[in-house]
Design a protein around this ligand. Sequence first.
Ligand SMILES: NC(=O)c1ccc[n+]([C@@H]2O[C@H](COP(=O)([O-])OP(=O)(O)OC[C@H]3O[C@@H](n4cnc5c(N)ncnc54)[C@H](OP(=O)(O)O)[C@@H]3O)[C@@H](O)[C@H]2O)c1
Length: 287
Amino acid sequence: MTTSRTIAITGANSGIGLRATAQLAAAGHTVLALCRDQERSSAAISAATDNATNVRVIQTDLSSPASIRSAVAEVKAHGTLDSLINNAAIFDLSQKTAAFTAEGNELFWATNHLGPFELTARLSSLLAAAAQPRIVFIASKGLITMPWLQIRCDQPNSATGYSPTKAYYHSKLAQVMTAVSLAERVPSNVGVSCIRVPAVKLDSARLAAQPALMRALYAPKNAAAATPESLAATYVRAATSAEARDAVYIDENDRAVAAPRTARDSAARDRLWALSEHATGDVEWAW
Ligand SMILES: NC(=O)c1ccc[n+]([C@@H]2O[C@H](COP(=O)([O-])OP(=O)(O)OC[C@H]3O[C@@H](n4cnc5c(N)ncnc54)[C@H](OP(=O)(O)O)[C@@H]3O)[C@@H](O)[C@H]2O)c1
């Protein structure tokens, strides 16, 4: 697809999202950069992007429904939207006790799952008006290590037995499940994908902000990890591909990969969808 598209991407100020923003802007696309800190994000994007005039930063905190609603109003005021990349996530595994949002949702669940779910629902009518909409979710290759993981729909916000690793992978499993469910709901011109991201080098500022133990744990992983630029290129292909692909869950090379067991269980996906709809105020979807 060579025509210029309008593409919204969350977490556009750092890591893979920042590189995807730079690549999209350089290719002539208009990027709506949905970031939680407007000033810090504008500075990061200007420094990393040759064609920063193609980028508009919109303040968006995915853990806050009010912030999502106000960001959606700004995106709607822009008028068109061809693609949405749900990239942002928190994964600070040093957070040993559960934190909660003002709405009472556990922070990883709110930021990494409920936020993207509500954002996508609220933008779905604008996306549905585009000729070839593309919606991209982001999961983690680490899910391979927990094939039996299930979403505890009865207690997504429980602090009992909390571990940040579990909270993170629940939220990432929910990305695969949401993508598979959404792909079944949309018409054939709408492309829905979920990228299985392998270990990717973290930005030095992000790494430096980690506690010493986390820095030590990350060091060998970071040295062997893929570059954020290479994953950004995968994002760009998913958000701009001319054909809506059949495969929903793909790796960094666009190859179809097996979705986790729970994501293949339609009853489990229906339970997650209903729970997510309820938790985000039953926003109406276009599909
Ligand atoms: N790096 C890896 O090894 C790896 C592996 C598997 C999957 N992934 C996935 O890849 C994606 C990108 O990760 P990355 O490596 O590029 O990490 P990153 O550099 O830490 O970027 C994460 C982005 O998410 C944003 N974010 C966090 N909380 C937010 C909130 N409440 N509202 C809005 N934005 C928020 C951050 O903004 P702030 O700057 O404001 O915090 C940042 O822009 C994530 O979905 C991650 O789960 C990464």
